[in-house]
Ligand binder design. Structure first.
Ligand SMILES: NC(=O)c1ccc[n+]([C@@H]2O[C@H](COP(=O)([O-])OP(=O)(O)OC[C@H]3O[C@@H](n4cnc5c(N)ncnc54)[C@H](O)[C@@H]3O)[C@@H](O)[C@H]2O)c1
Length: 276
């Protein structure tokens, strides 16, 4: 029989903590909210889709966790301020912030793409994280208990996504935002890191996996032999939220099953082996 301390929830204990996850109405954010709750945290499920946020919060509560669904657009400062007040009143002051909300998808070439679309993507994917960090980070500072901020970036912040519009630029910015905030907030005991998913099957990407040939080709590209699920990311997010990662600050963790390491294996080689 396992002792209590050898169970994952105990090892990553977040009881008494308050987590806020943006874009938590579905996909990676929803799973991060569920897993933070499983580790004992009270969780604010924040999403611009009010119904989805309420559904995920209700599911957590039915399983015995504590959660509140909050409808807010991360790019709207007034809505984030109101969300912040609601979290403090209903759950207590924020200890863990997961900046996960993003617009995902292809936006076309940079040279003649729609500028309004570029600005909208950056306002959600990058500025939204800054607005949430300012609001909930101030709560962490006032709470005096330190905290952990986790930005959900992307492999596309490391490697350019062709026709991705502002996506790769925003994700690279999100990683640098985490590094800069790591320095600025360390004096308050607040750590800031990012997590970069590789290929993940979520509602945002599901259409690609409906095509069996695309799904199979994607799976074969990943050294571990499978595309990730939201759980793979949620596990790392909970670790970064917990004190078990207490000396990790200003880092990005690439969670891609080794996909980013495969480039040199694609370089054509002569049929006769070259000797070293
Ligand atoms: N799925 C992947 O393959 C993949 C790969 C790399 C990185 N990521 C990143 O992981 C994160 C989650 O991705 P996902 O696949 O779960 O996405 P998803 O589209 O399935 O879920 C995103 C959620 O964010 C919400 N949202 C969108 N704009 C918002 C806004 N302005 N304010 C509040 N909520 C908003 C949506 O309503 C949705 O519930 C994103 O940051 C994404 O860029 C995903």
């Amino acid at each position: 029989m396992q002792s209590a301390s050898s169970q994952p929830q105990a090892w990553l204990d977040l009881s008494g903590r308050v987590g806020v996850v943006t874009g938590a109405g579905r996909g990676i954010g929803a799973e991060a909210a569920r897993q933070l709750a499983s580790a004992g945290a009270a969780v604010a499920v924040l999403d611009c889709d009010a119904v989805a946020a309420a559904d995920v919060a209700g599911e957590i509560e039915r399983r015995g966790g504590r959660a509140v669904g909050i409808a807010a657009d991360v790019s709207r400062e007034d809505e984030i301020r109101a969300a912040c007040t609601q979290v403090r009143q209903e759950l207590g002051s924020c200890d863990v912030l997961v900046n996960n909300a993003a617009l995902v998808g292809y936006a076309g070439p940079l040279m003649d793409g729609d500028l309004a679309q570029w600005n909208r993507m950056l306002s959600v994917n990058l500025t939204g994280a800054l607005l949430c960090t300012r609001a909930f980070g101030a709560q962490m500072i006032a709470g005096g208990r330190g905290g952990s901020i986790i930005n959900v970036a992307s492999i596309c912040g490391h490697l350019p996504l062709p026709s991705g519009g502002a996506y790769s630029v925003g994700k690279a910015g999100l990683m640098m935002l985490a590094r800069m905030l790591a320095l600025e907030l360390a004096q308050h005991g607040i750590r800031c890191n990012s997590v970069s998913p590789g290929l993940v099957r979520t509602p945002a990407t599901e259409a690609a996996y409906d095509d069996a040939a695309v799904a199979s080709a994607r799976q074969q590209m990943v050294p571990v032999g499978r595309v990730a699920g939201p759980q793979d990311l949620a596990d790392v997010i909970v670790f970064l939220a917990s004190s078990r990662s207490g000396y990790i600050n200003g880092q990005d963790i690439l969670v891609d099953g080794g996909l980013s390491q495969t480039l040199m294996g694609l370089v054509p080689k002569p049929t006769q082996p070259m000797r070293a």
